[in-house]
Design a protein around this ligand. Structure first.
Ligand code: AMP
Ligand code: MG
Length: 343
């Protein structure tokens, strides 16, 4: 299949909307990461999304809307708590899980009784969804198992030949996938941390709890609330280890480890001005927010540069900390070293 690269002019968006309405697949920019969209009311086009990504069919998709009024047709009920979250965080980098209506085909929800809905803030995403005239089912536009794409070139690398077109709308602002809250139950549960932080959510619904699996790996026989949790995500080819703590101790630990790997191509992902000898250094940013924005692009860059071993500096600095930890810990398959100067 030929995959076209489209711009964000009105003609391109109109054409992309028509392709989705006809059952085709379009990758598009959002404020979180690039999405791979198909007609959410058409089970066959949703199946094509799983095939294009190589995604396991038991991992459901998020349905994207371009106006709050579209929500009613997709869900069965909206509690007061859910309604408060919707009004506080939509449009934005926030996904809410509610009991699904009969209009949602089972392919979208992988047979679950609930549906994940998001109203993105990105103007190109909104224009595309409006142009399609239907809600757009979309996971992240990466091949399954690769870091989510935050630049059009990442999507071009993963999806060329697999989908109809890619809209190049520049870099994603947030850089990590949307915050997911399950509000289909009495007490809302944070299933995936993201740009809307747990603190922001608790300001609106203080009872909200954090799913304990966010920072852990699942045991073999455990069934997660959010099916995506059980898959190894965000993993680059390089072996990643997170070194977490104050920056002086982090630097000393990474220096020590780099000396042990002479002859291997090592890289360090930094959130400081630390310099390291004989390593490829990529700077993620000085705040958690900047680090989140650049994280996936840096992980992809290390692979492009043939780096075999990556050390990722991490010090918790602001509200994005939980989102970064969740992604970094997954990329590191739980290789996490805690260090501190006073120890
Ligand atoms: P992605 O956009 O690629 O990050 O994929 C969507 C994420 O939303 C996956 O981690 C799914 O497991 C999760 N998700 C989608 N629908 C539901 C649902 N009904 N209940 C729980 N998690 C969901
Ligand atoms: Mg994804």
């Amino acid at each position: 299949m030929e995959t076209r690269i489209l711009g964000t002019d009105d003609n391109s968006i109109k054409e992309a909307g028509e392709i989705i309405a006809r059952g085709g697949l379009i990758a598009f920019p959002t404020e979180t990461v690039y999405g791979l969209g198909g007609n959410a009311f058409n089970g066959d086009s949703v199946k094509k999304i799983y095939t294009a990504k190589g995604r396991p069919s038991d991992n459901p998709l998020i349905v994207h809307i371009a106006d709050i009024s579209e929500l009613d047709a997709l869900v069965r009920e909206i509690s007061d708590k859910a309604s408060a979250l919707i009004h506080a965080f939509m449009p934005g980098p926030f996904t809410i899980i509610l009991k699904k209506s009969d209009k949602i085909p089972e392919e979208v929800t992988a047979g679950m009784d609930t549906v994940a809905v998001r109203f993105p803030e990105n103007a190109v995403a909104q224009r595309l969804i409006k142009s399609a005239g239907v809600p757009v089912a979309a996971p992240s536009a990466n091949l399954s198992g690769k870091p989510s794409p935050t630049k059009a070139k990442h999507v071009i690398t993963d999806m060329t030949g697999r989908i109809d077109a890619i809209i190049d709308g520049g870099d994603s602002d947030v850089g990590v996938e949307s915050t997911i809250v399950d509000a289909s139950r009495d007490i809302p549960v944070l299933l995936r941390p993201g740009g809307i932080t747990y603190e922001m959510i608790c300001d609106v619904v203080p009872e909200t709890v954090i799913d304990p699996h966010i920072l852990e790996s699942l045991k073999a026989d455990e069934k997660p609330l959010c099916p995506g949790m059980k898959y190894k995500h965000y993993a680059p080819d390089a072996e990643v280890t997170v070194i977490e703590g104050d920056m002086a101790a982090v630097k000393a630990e990474i220096d020590k480890r780099l000396k042990e790997h002479s002859g291997r191509i090592c890289g360090v992902l930094t959130m400081s001005e630390n310099c390291y000898d004989s390593a490829v250094i990529l700077h993620g940013g000085m705040t958690n927010k900047e680090y989140a924005k650049n994280l996936f692009a840096c992980l992809r860059k290390f692979d492009e540069l043939g780096v075999e071993i990556v050390y990722a500096e991490f010090e918790n600095r602001d509200g994005y900390g939980l989102a970064i930890r969740n992604r970094l810990y997954k990329a590191a398959s739980q290789r996490i070293i805690h260090v501190n100067t006073e120890e």
